[in-house]
Design a protein. Structure first.
Length: 362
């Protein structure tokens, strides 16, 4: 059987599990130990990251976006991407925003608030550190320090940016609360890749962690309901269809993707092109400083541009007014010649994968 190595509190493990459960692809969940995370998994996949999966034929995979694309080739029915290529492209934008942009508020809410960080440090170190011979309090303290240092302090979250980081989450809740008041999933009566992508941050962090969880329960119960509806969704029990086109209530989400996520991808890619390992970014009038430049995220922009270029002329033309009006098209196409140099990118999810951040300090 397929084996999935990860943690029950992990962002990307949650995204992959939501997908496998929905598609009813059987798998065995294997809690990841520190030794596997730091030694065995990087040796198999090239990246110290979770989840990683081992196929029954012995091949290893990592990186949820190409993994899901590969699973779709093996289990095509029902497809997770809408048949309408315009909707499918918007799903890709939402997945990328969920994977890369929402990471910062998710990590901030988890590791900046002691209410969350004490609980999560215990949950993580109890599983990952089970084999490490050290006092529990020390393992928990090191977990808390490592995560806050790498994913909050070194990711541009400061007293000056904190309000903006949090406003991203609060805006998303408002947008989605409106969407789920009128239909069960983002594009209609059944899930698509957009729902799966959002499960990473919304299931494993925002709904489950104490600090953002209480905000979701109190201000966006419809989103909380969607989280568990998605977790319980099974393709064989779904009969509904999708809406046609891009519903108007998704426009504010597209605007957020254009103004926040694509701006961040552009600042990162521009820094990559000029060889800066850390960079600044101005996002929705907030100045972020000293963010780690990520080769992986250059690849994200390269892939989104390539997907947009690969759309048929009619679809590209019909999406254009919407993408222009919501400030998506200009930042999507701003940089030409985006080249991540991710040599094994075409082999993903197999081959040597790239982690999102390469400079992680323990
Ligand atoms: N692009 C990867 C990202 C995976 C990822 O970043 N996973 C996080 C945990 S949810 C991780 O392992 N981060 C490295 C670390 O914590 O050191 C994917 O989609 O699977």
């Amino acid at each position: 059987m397929l084996k999935v190595y990860g943690l029950k509190v992990s962002y990307f493990t949650g995204k992959l599990e939501a997908y496998l459960r929905y598609k009813e692809i059987p798998y065995e969940f294997c809690p990841m130990t520190a030794r596997q995370f730091m030694r065995d998994i990087p040796a198999k996949t090239g990246a110290m990251q979770m989840p990683a999966a081992e196929l029954p034929d012995g091949r290893w995979m990592t990186d949820t976006s190409p993994m899901i694309d590969w699973f779709e080739t093996q289990y095509p029915d029902p497809p997770i991407l809408p048949e309408d290529p315009g909707q499918a492209f918007v799903c890709r934008l939402i997945e990328d925003y969920a994977d890369e942009w929402l990471w910062r508020p998710a990590m901030h809410y988890r590791w900046s608030y002691p209410l969350s960080s004490k609980l999560l440090a215990r949950q993580i170190s109890d599983v990952m550190g089970a084999e490490i011979k050290a006092p529990g309090w020390l393992k928990r303290r090191r977990t808390e320090q490592r995560q806050k240092h790498n994913f909050v302090d070194r990711d541009g979250v400061t007293p000056a940016t904190r309000a903006h980081v949090e406003s991203s989450y609060l805006r998303l809740l408002q947008i989605l609360e409106t969407v789920f008041a009128s239909r069960p999933f983002l594009f209609g009566d059944r899930p698509t890749l957009a729902d799966i992508g959002l499960m990473g941050p919304l299931l494993r962090h925002f709904s489950m962690d104490p600090a953002p969880g209480v905000i979701m329960r109190e201000t966006a119960p419809g989103v909380m309901e969607w989280v568990y509806r998605m977790w319980n969704a099974r393709a064989s029990r779904m009969s509904g269809g999708l809406v046609s086109g891009i519903p108007d209530d998704l426009r504010p989400l597209l605007r957020e993707i254009g103004e926040a996520h694509l701006e961040a991808l552009n600042a990162n890619a521009a820094a990559w092109q000029t060889g800066q390992t850390r960079h600044d970014a101005r996002i929705q009038d907030t100045d972020y400083h000293d963010i780690q430049t990520s080769q992986y995220r250059v690849w994200c922009l390269e892939v989104l541009q390539a997907r947009h270029a690969a759309l048929d002329d009619l679809t590209r033309a019909s999406l254009r007014p919407l993408l222009e009006a919501e400030n998506v098209l200009e930042p999507l196409l701003r940089l030409s010649g985006v080249e991540s140099g991710y040599a094994a990118g075409k082999e993903a999810p197999f081959g040597r994968s790239l982690p999102v951040f390469e400079d992680i300090r323990s």
